[in-house]
Design a protein around this ligand. Structure first.
Ligand SMILES: Cc1cc2nc3c(=O)[nH]c(=O)nc-3n(C[C@H](O)[C@H](O)[C@H](O)COP(=O)(O)O)c2cc1C
Ligand SMILES: CC(C)CC(=O)C(=O)O
Length: 393
């Protein structure tokens, strides 16, 4: 009997196409493993731009902990269930999405590729994966939003002292079709990043990542011509970018600005998860910013179980920081996440091959997710439960 492609799983079909291309001497364009991808990106990018993306806070132990912590959780596979009809579809904020992966907000992407977030948007739309667009994107939220059209795209807010700017930028995001607002809480201070300090490199000082500020009526009304006085412009940017004196009660400002779901990013403790719910957030992203903010922090995946135990019946929980492979996605979902975000891997894909590079990196990850689910003996995320994991300790 011939095996039809319909009988093959998505992940296997994808993999067989790669092997088949190999018989014609066509090899994948990009390295498949994250470690080789990162290495290759380091060879083609400007050293200071690569260091900005790859780097983390201080000794970079938090990024190491993120990776290591995934090894604390080990998958216990089950045999001989029928896993021929798998689905990695999820539901998120009333929306059906074909996969559990979202593209994390990654700012200043013009340091990786001239088409920056616009190339990412094209790839995301093609793969039907939502993109979360950063306030400090290199292209404007309107340019990126117009690529997406009806395809889901969310806006990530850097929330500073200037409430008029906050209202203005949320309003622009709503008009440009963004369907959720992600408020990042772990970046109220800019971390001590040794690689960037050594290189004396901060992309904003080269106008990278300022597209949304330089097109915002509130920002422009205060600054006038941004080229006129660079120092003054930077002071206004800092004012709009962060506010270390804000407290939970201030979340009301954002809640009052929008009817869209508000999701807070950077939660690492169950009590903060509870606070965010009490103050009107519709969801949380358990994240330590990929290790880029607090040096010496706990590996992000190790905080997920406790947070899910406390609040998963009250809110929607997403996860990021260190997702590199299908097994990482499986573990986060088994611990209780409803979806995951991926950061650096797609930034490297972008640096190496633009839109096509982002597509390849994410398509590889999705095939791996599908195969991991099947090999673990699961058909859908309903089957991916805590009892499929063993905690090594
Ligand atoms: C170069 C770079 C820029 C980032 N910019 C933002 C940003 O603008 N807003 C934000 O909330 N998070 C930002 N992040 C953090 C990501 O959203 C995400 O939390 C992190 O990259 C996940 O970890 P991973 O890179 O290990 O996948 C950035 C991360 C990187 C690597
Ligand atoms: C302005 C920054 C803090 C952007 C960012 O989130 C990052 O570099 O991690």
């Amino acid at each position: 009997m011939d095996i039809t492609t319909e009988q093959l799983s998505a992940g296997m079909q994808y993999q067989l196409q790669i092997y088949f291309a190999g018989t014609q001497n066509v090899k994948p364009q990009l390295p498949v493993s994250f470690e080789e991808l990162e290495q290759k990106a380091s060879e083609v990018m400007k050293p200071e731009a690569f260091a900005y993306i790859a780097g983390s806070a201080g000794s970079e132990i938090t990024t190491y902990n993120n990776k290591e912590a995934f090894n604390h959780w080990q998958i216990i596979p089950r045999m001989m269930g029928d896993v021929s009809q798998r689905s990695i579809v999820i539901e998120l904020f009333g929306m059906q999405l074909p996969t559990p992966v979202l593209l994390a907000p990654v700012g200043v992407l013009s340091i990786a590729h001239p088409e920056a977030e616009v190339a990412v948007a094209r790839a995301a739309k093609n793969l039907r994966v939502p993109q979360i667009v950063s306030t400090v994107s290199s292209k404007t939220i309107e340019e990126i939003g117009s690529v997406h059209g009806d395809h889901p795209h969310w806006f990530q807010l850097y929330w500073g002292r200037n409430n008029d700017f906050t209202r203005s930028i949320i309003n622009r995001a709503e008009k440009a079709g963004y369907t959720a607002i992600v408020v990042t809480l772990d970046t109220r201070l800019f971390a001590w990043r040794e690689r960037d300090i050594k290189n004396a490199y901060l992309p904003f000082l080269y106008n990278e990542g300022l597209a949304n500020y330089f097109t915002d009526p509130v920002f422009l009304a205060e600054v006038g011509d941004p080229a006129r006085n660079k120092m003054e412009t930077m002071m206004h940017f800092a004012n709009c970018f962060s506010n270390p004196s804000s407290t939970w009660n201030d979340l009301a400002v954002i809640r009052e600005c929008t009817k869209l779901p508000v999701i807070v990013k950077g939660i690492q403790h169950a009590n903060d998860a509870k606070k965010s719910i009490d103050h009107g957030a519709d969801g949380i992203i358990v994240s330590n910013h990929g290790g880029r903010q607090l040096d010496g922090a706990i590996g992000a995946i190790d905080t997920l179980a406790g947070i899910c135990d406390e609040v998963s019946d009250k809110t929607t929980i997403l996860f990021d920081s260190g997702i590199r492979r299908g097994a990482d996605v499986f573990k986060a979902m088994a611990l209780g996440a409803k979806a995951v975000l991926v950061g650096r891997p797609y930034a490297y894909g972008l640096a190496l091959a633009g839109e096509q590079g982002v597509k390849e990196v994410i398509a590889n990850l999705l095939a791996d997710v599908d195969l991991t689910m099947g090999l673990a003996g699961c058909n859908s995320w309903k089957d991916v439960t805590r009892d499929k994991l063993h905690h090594r300790n």
